[in-house]
Design a protein around this ligand. Sequence first.
Ligand SMILES: [Ca+2]
Ligand SMILES: [Ca+2]
Ligand SMILES: [Ca+2]
Ligand SMILES: [Ca+2]
Length: 456
Amino acid sequence: MTYVLSSGTGRLEHVLPDVREPQVADFNGDGIPDLYYTVSPQGAPRRLVVKGAPPEPWRRPGKWELAQDFDGDGHMDLVGTEGRQISARSGRDGRLLWRAALDLSEDEPALLPRSPGDDLDGDGVPDVILQVRGWRTLGPSARESYRTLAACSGKDGRRLWLAEDWEPGNSSGSGSGIGWSYEYPLFAWGAPDDADGPAVLVVDGGRDGGWRLSRIAGRSGRPAWSAPILRGGFAPSPATGSSPWGDFNGDGIADLALWSPEPGEGGGRGGYRLKALEGRTGQTLWASPSLVVADETQVIWPEAVVGDLDGDGEPEVVVALHQGYHREQRGYPCELVVADGRTGQVRWTWAWRSGFPDIWPPVVLRDGEAKAWVCLAVREEGFDGLVMLDASGRVRLRRPLQLERHSLDVGRQVWRALAEKGTGAVAVAYYDAGHVCLAGARDWRCAGAGPCPANR
Ligand SMILES: [Ca+2]
Ligand SMILES: [Ca+2]
Ligand SMILES: [Ca+2]
Ligand SMILES: [Ca+2]
């Protein structure tokens, strides 16, 4: 006989007569273990499954999202709305950890945090950033509301700051390009640490209909700078594990490489320029003219990739472009461009031609020593595959891929640079002939067990 009790309340939930050794597995993929057992009443064995339910304390109305491990017990905790309040509850047992000390109006449900949850106040506990409605006093009897961001302590829910001087522009927007997508506004993202502690980066719609990236000081909530950017040019999806951050002016503070709209004649758009923005001030670093494209669709992957290719300690910037459809060439002339991170000047380009300018975006691989390579996947006539180039732009490897329906779409979600713990080596995860492969710059051998196309 097996008795099944609720872990939350201790109440008897099921009695399974004649069942002695039930086992546990997640049968319906909801993340909650189910109980299964075999019965053979007339000799023919039958397998039965009791559907697992979430623990009683977890069953509560409202909208909940996995946030961070606030109480440090090793279980991710949840943040959600209960009535007009924002609460954090333990991911282990559902117990209330804190209620945010925020005054939320009924018509403005707070956007739940999508930030990775940096520790903003330095107490060792990751904090939470939320979109809220603030109030401004206009006169003795007049006040108006506005939307902004607030930070709450992940330890006790107390308000750390309200960004009084910052207001999002347009409400929302999402879209996609070839293989990438974005969802704005308020894609809050921690910037690398500097003297002021981690910063909050937000992309939202500017008043001119474009997109802007703003940096807000993580300690105080004061806006530091805003800059117009290419749509999708910061934190597109899928994330490839590469980053647009690098210290371009050598002051020890991370700067940012991105495409920025240029003012055109008569107030219109004048194309997009690749820029390096100083991390703390947002000022443009490169003095001489850098790379420009006439149209945003020419940028095949909107986020720039930064890495030190030649091992001199200074970062290079890698981007991928096409020149539009050429009828005579019956395809798109495409280019991988590597620019000097200190000056923005083009160092080298590698060209290919494709019937469709589709890629797995460039990633920088590393063997743990000084050497680095740029790797991407392209589709050329008669070749779908990986191309690896060295620091001076020479092709070091061409490896055909067996793609589903000759499309890079399926494998794009897998494509990702992964750093090896402790060694500084960076490998890449990719999809080939129905396998997920992990191969590195050191030797192009798949680390996975069993037969793998990377090892053929
Ligand atoms: Ca926890
Ligand atoms: Ca904290
Ligand atoms: Ca810098
Ligand atoms: Ca370099």
